[in-house]
Write a protein that binds this ligand. Structure first.
Ligand code: ZN
Length: 230
């Protein structure tokens, strides 16, 4: 059977059936060693080290250089990082600075990047366009509009969909799913769902055969993360 490519998960997620490759994202400094250990123990794990926007405010000074040192000594990607303006008191400029730093590391080291964005699509597009040449990368748990999906693909990014989001947001999420071209689509458990269980419903949303969807998103995952595949 075609193995599945889970484009986004976290430490502590339940082991999933049928998943051949799993992108495992660190979200803060205390995660990084655990992510690297999980990857060392399982060749199917693709490690990513980053500072998530939720944890920017609490990050210890000097995190950037410690992240860079780990990236230079391990074949890991960068993320998850991004912008999340869902909280009123989010420090938007600190989040943007942390994201720019991580995009710069990914570009310098030639690593893929995993992006998180919530209620920040306009600022994200502006920041990405101003950031210069972008590394390979993906936006996880895509929740934006079909128009934004097209803009992000034009920047060369892959877009990943979670089953939970498609179920919860119905037609709006489905319209965005349909705006993603075949070679840019990824699927993810986000550590919350069993990808094998939800594949049929994801396929139905996209009007596609589950086996073909599994094969296509496997190939896309290998492309997006090719710089850090074991
Ligand atoms: Zn995540």
């Amino acid at each position: 059977m075609q193995p599945l490519f889970d484009a986004h998960s976290h430490l502590g997620g339940a082991p999933a059936s049928g998943v051949g490759r799993r992108v495992l994202c660190g979200t803060r400094e205390s995660d990084w060693e655990g992510v690297l250990a999980a990857a060392a123990a399982d060749p199917g794990v693709i490690p990513m080290l980053g500072l998530h926007p939720w944890f920017v405010a609490g990050a210890a000074a000097g995190w950037e250089s410690r992240l860079e040192a780990l990236l230079r000594t391990h074949p890991a990607g960068v993320g998850e990082c991004g912008l999340d303006f869902s909280q009123q008191d989010a420090d938007r400029s600190a989040q943007a600075t942390a994201l720019r730093t991580q995009l710069g590391l990914a570009r310098t080291l030639g690593r893929p990047v995993a992006l998180h964005a919530v209620r920040a699509w306009g600022p994200l597009l502006t920041l990405l366009r101003a950031a210069g040449p972008l590394p390979r990368g993906m936006v996880h748990a895509y929740s934006g509009s079909p128009e934004t999906a097209r803009e992000l693909q034009a920047l060369g990014l892959w877009l990943s969909f979670s089953a939970a989001r498609l179920e919860a947001h119905g037609p709006a999420a489905q319209a965005s799913l349909l705006a993603v071209t075949g070679d840019r689509l990824l699927l993810e458990s986000d550590g919350q769902a069993d990808l094998a269980e939800v594949l049929p419903s994801l396929a139905r949303h996209g009007g596609e055969d589950p086996a073909l969807l599994a094969a296509r998103t496997w190939e896309n995952g290998l492309q997006c993360f090719r710089e850090v595949l074991a």
